[in-house]
Design a protein around this ligand. Structure first.
Ligand code: HEM
Length: 312
């Protein structure tokens, strides 16, 4: 069951995205002025999201006031201990972290599952040098899951969680290729288009091929291949942005996605449950995802497929 918070959060993202894409912005501004239609729903959804975030902050404040030192090393505790007493400011931070970290990783996990049909390729998630076949999620082991890492990068090349991103020039500037940008003008970089450029990815750009991110490192006596991940220049793969404003949660996102994929596939087989010939549709608001989610059937390893259908 979707929680009230999740519904409100999805509404805020969708309606804000529609504002951003709107060809005639005056329409949403009028709706906002009169508090009608989608703008009325947006105002309600924002207050529902804040109602969820504020108790989390208050609880953490209370916890911190009861402790003599900072025992919990989470991000929220750090912000609160930096003397940020303005609750609105902290609430905005909490919400922006949920926005940054929630749909981006959920959407990507769904696309990876779809694109790799991981239910038939369980060995894919094992680290390059694991022998036990049992995954213990120390971050070093997750780092070793090079093929999964490549599968995730390749999925985000074709279906980036942030499809496009605008920046507005604070003052007149000239881009490295000589393009002049005047103060107030907007520049959009488009990870989704850049991930599909033949000049960057070659003739097979349309193929989902995690191997393009890998190099064989060595071949052992049983001719098993071992792979090395090849890092790409973030300016030609700006899925996490590039330069000083690169995503702060990038490493955390990979760790989380690799853990989830590995743990789910360790316990279950996951098979797409879409009608024959139906393809998921990529939609983008502020962040992107599969339209209507990704219906799958879950089978506990060692058992038969459950009748229940879930959405990733
Ligand atoms: C697959 C997952 C993710 C992708 C593709 C992604 C992508 C991005 C992109 C493109 C930006 C730049 C936005 C802009 O400049 O307007 C960004 C910024 C940011 N991301 Fe992520 N993100 C992901 C996951 C996360 C997670 C899990 C967190 C933390 C919980 C996070 C925290 C942030 C923060 C705080 C910023 C702002 C950085 C700044 O402005 O200096 N992200 N992310």
């Amino acid at each position: 069951m979707y929680s009230k918070f999740a519904i409100a959060f999805d509404d805020t993202v969708k309606i804000s995205g529609e504002r951003n894409d709107s060809l005639i912005p005056i329409i949403w501004k009028i709706k906002k002025f009169f508090g009608i239609g989608s703008e009325k729903r947006l105002a309600t959804a924002i207050s529902e999201v804040r109602d969820f975030a504020i108790p989390v902050i208050r609880e953490k404040k209370m916890e911190l006031s009861e402790k003599s030192s900072l025992e919990s090393a989470d991000l929220l505790s750090m912000f609160l201990s930096l003397d940020h007493s303005d609750e609105n400011f902290i609430t905005d931070i909490v919400i922006s972290f949920i926005l940054a970290g929630r749909d981006t990783t959920i959407g990507t996990t769904g696309w990876v599952t779809y694109l790799t049909r991981l239910h038939v390729s369980y060995p894919l998630v094992l680290s390059s040098d694991t022998s036990a076949g049992i995954l213990v999620y120390l971050s070093d082991e997750v780092k070793d899951m090079v093929y999964t890492h490549a599968a995730i990068c390749e999925s985000m090349r074709l279906y980036p969680p942030v499809q496009a991103d605008n920046k507005e020039a604070a003052k007149d500037d000239t881009l490295p290729d000589g393009t002049v940008v005047k103060e107030g003008e907007k520049v959009t970089y488009h990870p989704s288009a850049m991930g599909r450029m033949e000049s960057v990815w070659g003739k097979d750009w349309a193929e989902y091929r995690p191997e393009r991110w890998l190099e064989p490192e060595r071949v052992d006596e049983d001719t098993k291949k071992y792979w090395r991940f090849v890092v790409r220049d973030p300016y030609s793969y700006p899925v996490f942005q590039a330069g000083p404003r690169t995503c702060l949660g990038k490493e955390m996102a990979f760790l989380q996605m690799k853990r989830v994929i590995a743990e789910v596939l360790r316990l279950f087989r996951v098979a797409p449950a879409m009608a024959e010939g139906v393809e998921p549709v990529y939609v983008s608001y502020v962040t992107s995802k599969m339209h209507t989610g990704f219906p799958v059937r879950i089978q506990e390893r060692s058992q038969t497929f459950s009748d229940s259908c879930f959405k990733l």
